[in-house]
Design a protein around this ligand. Sequence first.
Ligand code: ADP
Length: 481
Amino acid sequence: MIQSPLLPHFSGCIQGRWAGTLSKGKLTVSNPATGEVLAKVSDMSGSQTAEAVEAAARAVKIGSSAAQRQAWLNGIADGLLANREELAKIITLEQGKPLRESQVEVDYAAGFFRYFATCLDHLAARNLDSRIRGAQWSVHHRPAGVAGLITPWNFPLALMAKKLSAALAADCAVVAKPAGQTPLSAIALWTVAERTGIPSGRMNLVLGRAAPIGRALCLHPAVQVISFTGSTEIGQWLLKMTAAHVKRLALELGGNAPFIVFEDANLDVAVESLIANKFRCAGQTCVCANRVYAHRAIRARLVEALAGRISKLRVGNGMDPSSDIGPLINRAGFKKVSQHVADALRRGATRVIGHSPALPHHDWGCFYPPTLLTGVRQEMLVFQEETFGPVVAVADFVSEQDAVSLANGTPYGLAAYVFTRDAERARRCAEQLHFGHLAINTGTGPIPEAPFGGMKRSGFGREGGEEGLVEFCEVQTIAAG
Ligand code: ADP
C-alpha cells in the first residue's frame, strides 16, 4: 500500500468532507510496473455524485473576486511545486511513467494554474465602440456554473490541472472524476488545493465506477458544462446523454497523429523529435506520433537513425532512474499493442527493432518492448487506430500531395507534425492538414499559453490559452437603450 502525506484519505471529497466512509464498495488501484496494490479507494455512487453537484451549485452562488481566484490559483501552483517530488512519485507509482517524466508533469500542471492566474483580465467586460441601433452594447463573460471534469489515466495530474485551473479561473465550481486506474494523483491535488483555503464546495472530487458517475453528471440539471478527455466512444456517449439538457461540452478525444518527414528535412531534428514525442509515457499520449510518413528518398536513412536510437532505450520500472520507458497502463493496453503489431506483420510490414512479446519463456507483464516497423500501409491497424504504445510505424510517400492526403486520411484531427526546411511547403501543409495542433520541425505537444484541441472526431473545445478559459464561461451581450 502507498503511504504519502498527500494521501491522507483514499476517497473523494464533497463540500470539503472526505467521503470515504460513505461508500460501501472499494476500487483497487495498482502499480502497473509490479502489480502491487497501492490503495483501495472509495467507489462512489450516482447519488453521491448528485450530492457533490449540489455542493458545487451552492458554491457557485456565493461567487468570488478575481483577486481571490488569482490567490487560489497561485497557491495551488506553489503547493504543487513545493511537493514536486512526492507528487512525481505518486504519478509514477500509479501510472508507470519514468520518474523524470512525472516531475515534468508536475511542472506542467503547475504551469496551468500559474497561466490562468495571469489571464483573468480576459474576462473583463468589453464595450462596443459606438452606439448601434440606438443602444450601448457590451459583452460579458459569466461563469458557466457547475463544471463536470472527467480525465483519463495518461497524465493523471496534468489533465486534471488543465481543466481545474481554467474552471476555477472562470469562477466555476467543479465536480471532478479522475480515471479509475489513477485516482491518487487527483486526491493529492485536492490535498494540496485544500491548504490554499479554497472554500469547501468549490472543488468536489468523486471516485468510482465511470458509468453511474458519468450518468449523474449528464443528467443533473445543475451541471452546465462537462469537460472530458478520453476516448471518442465515451465522447459520443456524453453527447447523447447531455442532449436533453443541451449542456456545453468540451471534448478532447482520440487522435491518430501523422508525422511527416520530407526529403529536405533536418533528419537529426526529426529523429530526436520523434523519439521524445513517441516514447513519452510509453507512447500512451493522444499527441504521440502514430503514423510516420517518410519521403522515399530519405526513408532508409531515417529508419537507420531511428533504429540506432530505439535500440538504446531501456524499458523498466519508472522508479528506476535508468528506465526510459515504463509499463503500459494494464494488460488490456499490452494486448492492444500486441494485436496492432501482429496485424502489421501479418500484412507484410517488417519489424526492424523489437522482440516478440509472445516469447513463451518471458512474462512481459505490462512492459512492451520498443518496436520499429517499416513497410506499413494505411489499411493496417497501426495506422487505422491509435496504438497507444511504444511502436514507431513508418510508411513511404513520394509527393507532397500524397503525404497530405495520407495524413488527412483519418476521421481524427488532433495533432500532426511536419519536418521540412522549406517554409513555403510548411505553410501549404499547415493550410491543408486538418489537425488542431500542428507542429513544424518540432515534436512539441500542448503548453498552458496556447489553445489545444481537436478537429473532426478528435472533438471540439480547447484547453489552455484564453480559449481554454472561455470554455467555462457563458458569453452575455447587453444592449442598453
Ligand atoms: P481510456 O480508453 O483512455 O480509458 P475512456 O474514454 O474509457 O478512455 O476514459 C476516459 C475517462 O472517462 C476516465 O475517467 C473514465 O473513467 C471515464 N469514463 C469512461 N466511461 C464513462 C462514462 N460512461 N461516463 C463518464 N465517464 C466515463
